[in-house]
Design a protein around this ligand. Structure first.
Ligand SMILES: [Mg+2]
Length: 181
């Protein structure tokens, strides 16, 4: 199978970094990782502060010190054994270098066949014949893709999108065996 994997928020645990940043910089405590999305945060802190937060972590010195989500390294290693993995990110060609550096830092680069920068993930997935995309944002997901929302309780997910709330469940999604438990 060909599996697509998003970068920001899907591999590095940027949700945890955002929690700490918001507390320190804005004195806002957001307990739930799934409430750290653009849609939730812009009304709270404004567009400008949101943009500042996004650019604040995208420096090698910061990004490469954000650990991957628990279980991500093992799951990616496991998936890479029998599948072709593509990194599919909305990062610009300029920004993708930092993602590559991050993958090297955590010894993950070797598991990815190619890294792709795209603003149209469904089109890129179709062109690469990606069977399943794992992504922490559901807006551009197709029916066969998987939304990764760390720690989100099952009952809060909408039924129309397959989801996983921890990387350890990822191998279950391969081959269309979407987790039901
Ligand atoms: Mg993402």
């Amino acid at each position: 199978m060909n599996i697509g994997i998003d970068f920001d928020g899907t591999i590095p645990n940027t949700q945890k970094w955002r929690q700490q940043y918001l507390l320190k910089k804005h004195s806002i405590l957001v307990m739930e990782a799934y409430r750290l999305t653009k849609e939730e945060l812009v009304p709270k802190i404004g567009k400008k502060a949101y943009a500042e937060m996004v650019t604040a972590y995208d420096r090698s010195s910061v990004l490469c010190n954000i650990p991957p989500h628990p279980g991500a390294v093992d799951a990616i290693q496991e998936l890479a054994k029998d599948n072709r993995l593509y990194l599919i990110t909305a990062r610009t060609p300029d920004e993708i270098g930092r993602a590559a550096e991050y993958l090297e830092t955590f010894d993950l680069r070797k598991h990815f066949t190619e890294l792709h920068s795209t603003l149209d993930k469904p089109a890129t997935c179709a062109a690469l014949r990606v069977d399943t995309l794992i992504d922490d944002r559901r807006t551009h997901l197709r029916k066969q893709d998987v939304c990764f929302v760390p720690h989100m309780p099952d009952e809060l997910f909408a039924d129309d999108v397959s989801h996983m709330n921890a990387w350890e469940h990822a191998p279950k999604y391969v081959g269309g065996k979407h987790a039901t438990d």
